[in-house]
Design a binder for this molecule. Structure first.
Ligand SMILES: [Zn+2]
Length: 216
């Protein structure tokens, strides 16, 4: 099913349902779902079935992968196989922007320098820092054109013990998100990720690229 606002609204509603259930976290295993109806059905079933509450985002496996595997940003830059969900939204000689594989909110995009640098300020001179932030701003504005949002969160975290390649997160907060589900709650995979399909990721990336091209 094509990415559109109706799908977005249903998927988000479903995710809110997931949040409400608290214990249920949809994860990578559900990513091959059957589009909006599948997502919604999972949400409905989730509310009714305690069995599904164990369909968890596998945080332990994620941490193992991040801490022992090679750099995922470099892998996307190099075009390694297995990173299809990280659809590239923008790239130039020095920067890359791609969809988050584990989006906690619809339309979540990561922006990074292509070079493996780690420290957000020490590893970039002022010009490089400002160029990166210009790209972050440009892409955030494109995200706001594509997914409904009442506020945009920008943050960079990472760890020297895994996930060390500097990257910024761009997160559009959907309108009417309850206060207690905003801010850090909206950003933590522990609170649920949206099981987008590859088809939806491809469509969303196309929409974001189109919005970016219109802004030039
Ligand atoms: Zn890297």
């Amino acid at each position: 099913m094509a990415w559109n606002l109706a799908f977005y609204a249903r998927a988000y509603k479903s995710n809110i349902k997931v949040y409400t259930e608290r214990k249920l976290v949809l994860g990578a295993g559900a990513m091959g779902g059957s589009g909006a109806q599948g997502v919604e059905a999972q949400g409905v079933k989730a509310a009714e079935s305690s069995a599904l509450r164990n369909v968890a985002f596998d945080l332990d496996a994620y941490v193992r992968r991040i801490r022992s595997g090679s750099c995922f940003v470099c892998a996307v830059v190099e075009g390694k196989p297995g990173y299809d969900l990280e659809q590239i939204v923008y790239e130039d000689e020095q920067h890359i922007a791609f969809l988050d594989r584990y989006p906690t909110m619809p339309g979540k995009v990561l922006v990074a320098p292509k070079t493996h640098v780690e420290h957000v300020v020490r590893d970039l001179d002022e010009d490089a820092y400002l160029r990166l932030m210009t790209i972050v701003r440009r892409i955030a504005l494109a995200v706001e054109q594509v997914v409904p949002s009442e506020r945009t969160y920008l943050l960079t975290l990472g760890s020297q013990q895994g996930n060390s390649h500097l990257h910024w997160h761009i997160v559009a907060l959907p309108p009417e998100t309850p206060y207690e589900q905003q801010q850090y709650h909206a950003l933590m995979t522990e609170n649920g990720v949206i099981p987008w399909t590859l088809e939806q990721a491809v469509t969303l990336a196309h929409q974001l690229r189109t919005a970016l091209a219109r802004r030039r």
